[in-house]
Write a protein that binds this ligand. Structure first.
Ligand SMILES: Nc1ncnc2c1ncn2[C@@H]1O[C@H](COP(=O)(O)OP(=O)(O)OP(=O)(O)O)[C@@H](O)[C@H]1O
Length: 230
């Protein structure tokens, strides 16, 4: 479970102070899929960076399974980022001249998993994200955008993170491929009991997630839903 408590991040901009995140609080249940929408510059990436410990808040805290990030020294924050967070980006950020399977194995290598176990898990994950088996050994720069995003999602799952943060994961994909990726994230959040938070400009995609938040002027509000996804 992720608890975000009165989070504030301010930046100096000339002689002005801006607060793209200004008192944000919410909780995410384990295994849920949620989205955040908001205009360009509204602070969505800033908020994701705070949740992923890529940045530190001006005040407030993020508590992950009872562990307060505000109380962790830098070394432990790096460990948290590597072990507990999976990142998925708009640009996929794969290593282009490595195969799909090698890209997925990489974070497990950093985590000290033995080679045979890495290979087995990478293949299982690529199967779960429905990448054609004959494409597993293909270099990722020879895969389509949708296929590359599937590989990036498999890589994000490699070390069984507590939270996956996805920043515009469908931004480079056509509408139908984007929908498939959101459906995939939805089934993976359930199957792996992993919490997934997606930032998107696309309101029709956001409607497909279980919960949807809007970030506006530093504040987060939740859209009320009728009916449930599950
Ligand atoms: N390191 C920084 N220093 C100063 N200002 C910053 C910094 N990072 C972000 N900002 C400012 O904070 C605000 C929020 O930026 P952020 O990138 O979080 O928005 P966003 O909602 O993710 O935008 P987009 O949808 O365009 O990616 C913007 O005004 C941005 O210029």
């Amino acid at each position: 479970m992720i608890e975000v408590k009165d989070l504030v991040r301010q930046f100096k901009s000339g002689d002005r102070t801006i607060k793209p995140v200004n008192g944000v609080s919410f909780e995410l249940e384990k295994g849920s899929l949620a989205s955040i929408v908001g205009k360009s510059g509204s602070g969505k990436s800033t908020l994701l960076s705070l949740l992923g410990a890529l940045d530190k808040p001006t005040s407030g805290d993020v508590v992950v399974d009872g562990v307060s990030l505000a109380g962790l020294p830098d070394g432990k924050l790096t460990e948290y980022r590597r072990r507990d967070i999976g990142f998925v980006f708009q640009q996929f950020n794969l290593i282009p001249n490595l195969s799909a399977v090698d890209n997925v194995m990489l974070p497990m290598e950093f985590a000290g998993v033995r080679k045979a176990a890495r290979l087995k898990r990478a293949k299982e994950l690529l199967e779960q994200v429905q990448l054609d088996p004959e494409k597993q050994s293909r270099r990722t720069n020879r895969l389509s955008g949708g296929e590359q995003q599937r590989v990036a999602i498999a890589r994000a799952l490699a070390n069984e993170p507590k939270l996956i943060l996805a920043d515009e994961p469908t931004g480079n994909l056509d509408e139908q491929t984007g929908e498939h990726i959101i459906e995939l994230l939805s089934s993976l959040s359930r199957d792996h009991n992993t919490t997934i938070l997606v930032v998107t400009h696309d309101r029709s995609l956001a409607r497909k997630t279980e919960r949807c938040f809007r970030l506006q002027q530093g504040r987060l509000t939740e859209e009320v839903r009728t009916g449930s996804r599950r």
